[in-house]
Design a protein around this ligand. Structure first.
Ligand code: GLA
Length: 376
């Protein structure tokens, strides 16, 4: 499909990536998370094409596109197409109002860096089509159908955090989301004189082929064991710190590590929310370091590059805390750095990282931003 020329869109939608301050892998365990959208995003330009079922999609970054028929949606061998096809499939299961459209997609979100470019892609498409064809989907429908698309067409059994953050975020706030009830609170975040600095390890993960689904299964196995003694437990969300200790001897060591990480991580999310409400940035920072320790040693979803950057940051008083953020095995670390020291810290981290791994570090600031929106 050639790049459409003289393309005057009917609609332009911006769909952001997200960071998660804390609460990693807790979403599919029905626990708590604390994410927010960021300014980096994917831009979608849509036009109705007057066909009943033909759709043309074009990725500006990949300089490639594909054509599909709405009555012949099936999984593709091309990975990014599955995000699109999965969303269309889910929309078609919910409404018969979808018609042909053309769409260009331009991403400013680095892929595979733990900033959830996948949720931004799914939710931006669903959000735009909802507007374009007046499908009557609520924001929550968009979140849930996008998550489902990832399960069915992409093959990652992800939780709801990324899609929720991409759609529901508000500027200047982080979302305290209870993944069991979907109740959520927008918490204003003021971290001046500190800044949130992301260091991109440039080590890419692929969630579907990585250990993500294995971790989910291990947690379920842990729950099955706990249930024998505590029949009311439905997920790790229902397990307390005292309860989990009872299984230290009887549970397989790996399962015990996974489960105890999730139990303590849930607690850290609630402590972080309280610290942010009280503006206690030192406590926030200490919780980030604690979380990374668990991510690395108990849940074992870190990697040498992320561990290196988190350890490196510990020598700086100007850094209150750091941890790897996202699904794992690379991506970015989140660092809370005093604004006067950002430049020096980034420069020294980049030098040390280059020496250790021969990779050019990428650094950027993130600010809590609005969820998916229509550009006027
Ligand atoms: C990925 C998934 C999320 C969540 C995180 C880990 O980003 O899509 O649902 O599980 O990993 O916290």
């Amino acid at each position: 499909m050639p790049f459409p020329e003289n393309f005057t869109p009917d609609l332009v939608v911006e769909s952001p990536g997200r960071i998660n301050l804390i609460g990693e892998h807790t979403d599919y365990n029905l626990g708590y998370v604390l994410p927010t959208a960021i300014e980096k995003k994917i831009t979608f330009k849509f036009i109705r094409n007057n066909s009943d079922k033909e759709c043309n999609l074009y990725s500006v970054g990949y300089n490639t596109g594909f054509t599909l028929q709405l009555d012949k949606i099936a999984r593709s061998n091309v990975e990014w197409e599955n995000y699109i096809l999965g969303v269309l499939n889910e929309i078609l299961l919910r409404t018969d109002r979808l018609r042909g459209f053309d769409c260009t997609i331009e991403s400013k979100l680095p892929m595979g860096s733990g900033l959830s470019s996948s949720a931004a892609l799914e939710c931006g498409l669903a959000f735009g089509l909802n507007e374009l064809f007046d499908l009557g989907l609520s924001k929550m429908d968009i979140v849930q159908l996008s998550q489902k698309a990832e399960h069915t067409f992409v093959g990652t059994q992800c939780g709801i955090m990324d899609q929720f953050a991409s759609v529901m975020s508000e500027k200047g706030h982080v979302i305290l989301l209870d993944c069991k009830t979907l109740e959520h609170q927008q918490i204003p975040i003021k971290i001046d004189p500190y800044k949130m600095i992301m260091l991109n390890t440039k080590v890419s993960h692929n969630l579907a082929s990585s250990e993500y689904n294995t971790r989910k299964r291990e947690c379920e196995e842990g729950v099955a064991i706990i249930q024998k003694q505590y029949p009311k437990v439905r997920s790790l969300r229902d397990v307390t710190a005292t309860m989990i200790q009872e299984f230290k001897q009887s549970m397989d060591a790996t399962l015990f590590k996974r489960c105890s990480f999730i139990v303590s991580e849930n607690d850290r999310v609630l402590q972080t929310a309280n610290a942010l409400k009280a503006n206690d940035l030192k406590v926030f920072g200490a919780l980030l370091y604690e979380a990374h320790e668990g991510i690395s040693k108990l849940y074992e979803v870190s990697c040498p590059e992320s561990d290196f950057l988190v350890d490196f940051s510990k020598q700086y008083d100007a850094v209150l805390g750091a941890r790897q953020t996202g699904g794992g095995f690379g991506g970015c670390t989140l660092n809370i750095v005093h604004k006067d020291k950002v430049e020096a810290f980034v420069k020294e981290a980049a030098k040390a990282y280059k020496e250790a791994f021969n990779i050019e570090l990428e650094a950027f600031e993130v600010k809590p931003s609005a969820g998916t929106y229509i550009q006027n």
